[in-house]
Design a protein around this ligand. Structure first.
Ligand SMILES: [Fe+2]
Ligand SMILES: [Fe+2]
Length: 387
């Protein structure tokens, strides 16, 4: 059973999005058929509903309330991200485990066993089972999310083996950069990593396969890295379109990669909160600009463009942005170019509190802000290269 009727109403989606992006005013909803599947094998319908709600923007959730249902489970091969199996599942035993491993849809999927007691996980019935993780009920949403995301990260990174070597190197390089920043170890080494990553990104934007590369990021759980890499690629594509030199494109890539680096200092509980933000949480979210500026100060030699874009990517043409409320010509060229890229990527990003919006929905939303938030002509040109 795939239940899409649980999708939140448009109004709720808008509200949750606006909690993070206060300069946008309305939002449309888009279907989520490109999401991977999460199979939940549990007799308890209420538990299934709870899990479905936790992952409503991450997965298409499929309920299996009896072990025998595995024989009827027909889903596309390789699209089941994770299988959650409860030890309360009727008629589950060695046959079920074997069937799970023989079904093409779930054969390679990581399995999480949800148990009443870690001391007696399902009694003898699951003795042959070797799940990738085991969780004890009652399930805490944060623990469940962290476990599922860890398993997804592993399979997403495994899928990168099919990418071109230079693309793989780009992902590994930029991911390493974010780990270094996240650990507070930013320094000269990171500047070199940033520059190398930026060169690889400009190369990728020139080889005609950048969309496939960005698709390979989508399911990764390190949101700030995914978003920043997408923004950087979008900025480079835009810069190419308006005729910038190779050197300037590398500066744009650098700026895109670091523009939200301050989010590494925002508590994950705020960054990944599913519900509305309190005023205090919103203020905490907006501190990412100042935190980013301070992080970059620890990198002597960082480009002026990277510093400017980090400081000003939330400024808006009409002065309604933050943190400085700059207007029009007070905003530098790189930041003006970055703003539509950042908003477009934020709209088309999938987050735990909102679905991803389609290209057309995102662009039409942004066009309503032409002349106020964005320069209209710049936005028209941006639409030509939106990925
Ligand atoms: Fe930001
Ligand atoms: Fe951003």
């Amino acid at each position: 059973m795939v239940d899409t009727s649980m999708a939140p109403a448009r109004a709720q989606t808008e509200r949750l999005f606006l909690e993070r992006h206060r300069t946008l005013e309305s939002m449309a909803h888009c279907p989520s058929s490109d999401l991977p599947y999460l199979v939940v094998a549990d007799i308890d319908r209420r538990e299934f509903n709870r899990i479905e709600d936790i992952f409503r923007y991450d997965f298409q959730t499929v309920w299996m309330r009896d072990a025998m249902s595995i024989t009827n489970l027909v889903l596309p091969e390789g699209r089941v991200g994770v299988v959650l199996v409860s030890d309360n599942l009727p008629r589950a035993g060695a046959d079920f485990v074997e069937a799970l491993r023989l079904n093409p849809a779930t054969a390679a999927s990581p399995v999480v066993l949800m148990v009443q007691s870690a001391l007696r996980p399902g009694g003898e019935r699951f003795s042959e089972f070797a799940p990738e993780a085991m969780l004890t009920r009652p399930l805490l949403p944060t623990v469940l999310r962290a476990t599922v995301q860890r398993l997804m990260r592993r399979s997403v990174q495994k899928s990168w083996q099919s990418l071109r070597p230079r693309h793989r190197e780009l992902l590994a390089t930029t991911l390493k950069l974010f780990s270094a920043f996240g650990s507070g170890a930013a320094g000269v080494v990171e500047l070199e990593v940033l520059r190398h990553g930026s060169r690889l990104l400009v190369d990728a934007c020139s080889d005609g396969h950048v969309s496939a590369l960005l698709d390979a990021l989508r399911q990764h759980d390190d949101y700030t890295w995914v978003h920043s890499t997408r923004v950087a690629a979008q900025m480079v594509m835009f810069g190419r379109y308006v005729g910038m030199s190779r050197g300037d494109l590398e500066l744009l890539a650098e700026a895109g990669l670091v523009h939200d680096i301050g989010k590494l200092k925002v508590p994950l509980a705020v960054l990944n909160k599913q519900g509305p933000l309190t005023p205090g949480e919103r203020a905490s979210m907006e501190t990412h600009v100042g935190s980013g500026m301070r992080l970059l100060e620890a990198l002597p030699g960082i480009s002026r463009e990277a510093s400017q874009v980090t400081a000003r990517h939330h400024e808006r043409l009409d002065g309604t942005g933050y943190p400085f409320g700059l207007k029009g010509s007070e905003i530098d060229e790189a930041s003006l170019l970055a703003a539509p890229c950042d908003v477009y990527v934020a709209l088309t990003d999938r987050r735990c509190y909102k679905p991803a919006f389609s290209k057309d929905q995102a662009l039409s939303h942004m066009r309503e802000r032409a002349g106020s938030h964005f320069d209209g002509k710049l936005l028209d040109r941006f639409a030509e290269v939106a990925l």
